[in-house]
Design a protein around this ligand. Structure first.
Ligand code: SAM
Ligand code: SF4
Length: 340
């Protein structure tokens, strides 16, 4: 654990850093547990997950949301682990959306349980879902996730579109020699479905190092392949993480390339991360973490909690490369502990 130190943040009303960035987006991991075992995320046997007592409780999550909403945060994403394994997730979402100044609440899920819970989540006020799906092929799905379920996930995606969520996105981690031959199939999926497929670079967060096995494919190469497959691609605008976003003429959905490893979008980063065990992480690639949970459990005031978060974010490294250089040997060996 690192204690926030150093200069006092300049703004009293916003969460900012020394590089003129303003943070208005909080991503909260609500658990570490998962019903899949994606090979780039965690070992087959799982991990030494934190106990339920040590993970953020619902009232603690909502307290943080309320405090940061007073400091300019207006967008919340719930992730994990698998957030839909948390029985109180719909209540958390409903209470989050009722916080004044919170304008949007989104969720990232592996989609296995989404079809059965989608209606309840929508009624709770959830606006958008990102569903992770790396292949449309059943055998490959099993290879990647070590579990069955591709049809369930595809069913969840179609169901979410039908229910009318404002945004439905598919997160596909592209791996060379593994699923990079499916770019066309995923783009074809956007013909009838109003979804955004996000082709994401593999990142070095995995306890058993698939990262080192040569499956990485960079954003530049993905773009080259996409341009070769689809000449005359129409470029459109997306969110701040979607640097390269396209729509094929006549298609309902879009697709994007996300430079998650290349880190070309750090200058406009607006994200704060809160891990399931209550640490503030000011950069995905930084290992310095700031343990907020004790404050939440030790009757700290809202001001103390806000100041703690502001000071942690003030120290955010200029970019993810600098953060990685400063980091020690990877305290967290899996994205399931960070939330992606
Ligand atoms: N279980 C949920 C899911 O899979 O959507 C939410 C948590 S998961 C950690 C969030 C996102 O991180 C997923 O889209 C997943 O594909 C991505 N992810 C996990 N490990 C990754 C890695 N090593 N490189 C790139 N993306 C990764
Ligand atoms: Fe679970 Fe998501 Fe990690 Fe896959 S990427 S093992 S679904 S937490």
């Amino acid at each position: 654990m690192t204690n926030p130190r150093g200069p006092v943040p300049v703004s009293n009303h916003k969460i900012t850093d020394q590089h003129n960035r303003i943070f208005d987006y909080l991503r909260i991991a609500v658990n570490e547990r998962c019903n899949l075992r994606c090979l780039y995320c965690m070992p087959e046997a799982g991990l030494d997950f934190i106990s339920r007592e040590d993970q953020l409780q619902k009232d603690e999550i909502l307290r943080v949301v309320r405090v940061v909403s007073e400091l300019g945060v207006n967008k919340i994403r719930y992730t994990g682990g698998e957030p839909l394994l948390r029985p109180d997730i719909s209540d958390i979402i409903a209470d989050t959306i009722s916080v004044p100044r919170i304008r949007s609440v989104h969720l990232t899920t592996n989609g296995l349980l989404l079809e059965s819970k989608a209606r309840e989540l929508k009624n709770a006020g959830l606006q958008g879902v990102n569903i992770s799906l790396d292949t449309l092929d059943a055998a490959r799905f099993f290879q990647i996730t070590r579990r069955e379920g591709v049809e369930k996930v595809i069913g969840s995606i179609r169901h979410a579109v039908k229910l009318g969520f404002e945004s439905v996105k598919i997160n596909m981690v592209v791996m060379r020699g593994f699923n990079d031959d499916e770019l066309t199939r995923f783009v074809d999926f956007t013909h009838d479905e109003n979804v955004t497929v996000r082709f994401i670079e593999l990142m070095p967060f995995d306890a058993h190092q698939i990262w080192k096995t040569g499956h990485f494919m960079g954003a530049e190469l993905m773009l080259e392949k996409l341009h070769a497959l689809f000449p005359h691609l129409e470029r459109i605008t997306g969110t701040s993480t979607e640097e390269h976003i396209f729509r094929r003429p006549g298609f309902r959905g879009k697709f994007a390339v996300i430079p998650a490893y290349t880190r070309s979008l750090c200058a406009t980063c607006s994200r704060i991360r809160l891990t399931a065990d209550g640490f503030i992480r000011n950069c995905l690639y930084a290992n310095d973490e700031y343990h907020l949970l004790p404050l939440l459990r030790d009757s700290a005031s809202d001001k103390e909690i806000g100041d703690f978060i502001k000071t942690a974010m003030w120290q955010k490294p200029v970019d993810g490369w600098t953060a990685q250089k400063q980091a020690d040997n990877g305290k967290r060996g899996s994205m399931t502990m960070i939330g992606g």
